[in-house]
Design a protein around this ligand. Structure first.
Ligand code: UDX
Length: 458
């Protein structure tokens, strides 16, 4: 058998699943990790993807990749906020997705399709799947706690919580304890259309309700009550199989080149001494916030590794750090454009993580037992940060945006204070429970087996 034949034989094995991610880093990672996991369980995998932010097929030789034209030019993408972009993808992808799926059904190049697994945010896939009579399961790549908040949007709107003013930001939302108005995932978007998020998320929730099942990048120990409540309210099979990154690294689906030089730098640092700073793949700040961030880090006198992603300051591809910053932080700081985050968090030199609270980052930090400072921007990040600070108590949320004095104090509290030590102890317990859920007999392990059986029964 030649290499190519061997690859084809491997590709062709097993019942066939079609997976459709949404083309953002924080969504591609868990979807491709799930694909790897299901492939290891004997399924054959086809990934349908947009041209925009396409994954690299050569990193996944066992999968079939099928692009669909999204018609989105770079200029059009650059002019849209994430909500407008996802809303647009739900429109422009529909016809090419239906056409491609129809062809895969008719021509059968990879075997009959057992089911489609779609990102829940690609809600249009429900109608297409129903039309072609193919079962559709959704993956919700973010937390169950934030999904519960999205599912409550109609109630929250009716009660006026979605339109509160700044001075009411700390008002509790009794329907979703312990969230306050500022923690609701409707906050933090720069979108010009206030209804766009509401419509997108209610479609996402309705599309999930209509699906044949939902897969969570979650583990029961962490989000048990939210998962149970959703299970009761939605009455569809639920599978919490996370944390997915423990099955496959996200390096293979990184859209930006990861700078591995930071690992050699970490090797030279003292155990637990480094603060890792990264705000994910979408968040962007003003230049004044960057300046406050830089001085807060510098004034903390701690060692730090800072990811300053191209585009992370509004309106500029790259930014100069403030004058004097380099001198003040010499020998104790490294700035990179994009890091191998999982490797960084697993490094013994890393003792804390200042994050935007994206769900992948939160899970990756929990799984390495690294306590957090959270500066949430928008959407689920706000809910995640509130739980990190107030429920799991494994980190602290910055309350006043980016202010150098508050940043400096929070860093000291996390890295050298008693509070930080207590958070470190608590997050180690979460880490052990995450490990336990993934081991044979653990909840995620069992849930994955149930998912496999369920798909085979469809
Ligand atoms: C977005 C939303 O912001 C988030 O709230 C939602 O949960 C998912 O979609 P993103 O901003 O990309 O996610 O954050 P996050 O979910 O944390 O995902 C970022 C991913 O990029 C992580 O898997 C992380 O390991 C990776 N990463 C990040 C790198 O590989 N290198 C880096 O330097 C920074």
């Amino acid at each position: 058998m030649t290499g190519v034949e061997g690859m084809q034989a491997q590709k062709d094995k097993g019942p066939h699943l079609v997976l459709f991610p949404i083309p953002f880093q924080g969504h591609l990672n868990p979807m491709l990790q799930l694909a790897t996991l299901l492939h290891s369980k004997g399924f054959s995998i086809t990934i349908i993807h947009t041209n925009f932010n396409a994954p690299n097929p050569s990193n996944y030789p066992s999968f079939n990749f099928e692009p669909i034209p999204d018609g989105l030019s770079d200029d059009r993408v650059a002019a849209m906020d994430p909500i407008a972009l996802v809303a647009a993808l739900n429109v422009v992808c529909k016809a090419p997705f239906e056409e491609l799926l129809g062809r895969l059904v008719l021509e059968n190049p990879y075997g009959p399709i057992k089911c489609i697994i779609s990102d829940a945010m690609m809600h249009f896939t429900q109608e297409v799947a129903a039309h072609l009579d193919i079962p559709r399961i959704v993956i919700r790549t973010s937390s169950a706690i934030s999904f519960a908040a999205f599912a409550a949007f109609p109630l929250l709107r009716q009660k006026g919580y979605l339109a509160v003013k700044d001075h009411q930001s700390k008002v509790p939302v009794p329907e979703l304890p312990p969230l306050r108005c500022k923690d609701l995932p409707s906050n933090g978007f720069a979108t010009s259309d206030p209804n766009a998020l509401y419509h997108l998320m209610t479609h996402m929730v309705d599309g999930t309700r209509a699906a044949s099942g939902v897969i969570w990048n979650a583990f029961d120990y962490l989000e048990r009550s939210a998962l149970m409540k959703i299970g009761q309210d939605f009455q569809i099979p639920n599978f919490s199989v996370g944390p997915l990154h423990k099955h496959a690294s996200s390096s293979s689906c990184s859209l930006l080149p990861q700078d591995h030089s930071c690992i050699a730098w970490l090797d030279k640092q003292v155990h637990g001494s480094v603060l890792y700073v990264s705000f994910g793949s979408l968040a962007a700040m003003d230049e004044s916030e960057l300046v406050e961030t830089a001085w807060g880090l510098a004034d903390s006198n701690r060692h730090f590794l800072w990811v300053v992603r191209p585009g992370s300051v509004h309106g500029s591809d790259w930014v100069d750090l403030p004058k004097g910053f380099e001198e003040k932080t010499e020998g104790r700081c490294l700035v990179v454009k994009w890091a191998p985050q999982q490797e960084v968090l697993a490094h013994p030199a890393v003792g804390g993580f200042w994050t935007h609270g994206g769900w992948n980052s939160t899970l990756e930090s929990i799984c390495e037992g690294v306590p957090m400072i959270c500066s949430p921007w928008f959407s689920d990040q706000r809910v995640n940060a509130r739980y990190v600070d107030h429920v799991w108590r494994v980190g602290m949320q910055l309350d006043n945006g980016f202010e150098r004095g508050e940043i400096e104090q929070a860093i000291r509290r996390l890295m050298v204070g008693n509070d930080g030590q207590e958070m470190r102890t608590r997050i180690k317990v979460l880490k052990e429970n995450a490990d336990g859920c993934l081991r044979e007999g653990g909840s995620s392990y069992e849930s994955l087996n149930s998912l496999k059986d369920y798909i085979l029964s469809l």
